[in-house]
Design a protein. Structure first.
Length: 185
């Protein structure tokens, strides 16, 4: 009986609340993709009474969102990343929301056109760099559709990344993300 209870608790904890799929690129011109699984850590629903006497419910939540993704910077590099974020989200009854996120992640960049001088000759090689980065983001979004208990939300999410090591000590990135959030039942 105890094993069944622990197994049920583990299944509830490991099941994501939603899945995000979106365009993710350095600036807007370096395209990429991002896939995130959003886990709800805590919810704070709050009911407010307006001046007209109507009741409105705001849902505030804390989410953990591990994500993977990549972007392509033509003629320079391709980046692959793992990026867990902690997000505080405030959502209205009509589905509109805003959120702030902080995260820390790992970025691997691959530079394909590098030449190495060895034994008196130049040879073409590939260079890979590893970074640890911190991020801050602000997100806005809303409900796109609500069909048979399957909610789909849209969002835009500009973010700032600071990667170390970099040139000279760190490298800053402006990342732009826009996509869809699919609620999981």
């Amino acid at each position: 009986m105890l094993c069944l209870g622990v197994g049920t608790l583990r299944a509830q904890v490991l099941k994501p609340q939603s899945i995000s799929v979106g365009y993710m690129g350095e600036f807007i011109s370096h395209p990429g993709l991002k896939l995130a699984f959003n886990y709800s850590l805590h919810n704070w629903p709050k009911t407010k009474t307006t001046r007209k006497g109507d009741a409105r419910t705001l849902n505030r939540s804390l989410l953990l969102s591990p994500a993977i993704g990549c972007y392509y910077h033509k003629n320079y590099q391709t980046g692959f990343f793992f990026h867990p974020e902690l997000t505080w989200k405030r959502e209205k009854e009509n589905g509109r929301f805003r959120a702030v996120s902080i995260g820390i992640g790992y970025l691997q960049t691959v530079v394909p056109r590098v030449y190495e001088y060895k034994n008196g000759k130049f040879s073409k090689t590939t260079l890979a760099n590893s970074y640890v980065f911190g991020s801050m983001a602000y997100q806005l979004g809303g409900r796109l559709s609500y069909v048979e208990k399957h909610e789909i939300d849209y969002y835009i999410k500009p973010q700032l990344w600071l990667a170390k090591p970099g040139f000279p000590q760190s490298t800053g990135y402006f990342m732009f993300e826009a996509g869809l959030i699919f609620k999981v039942n």
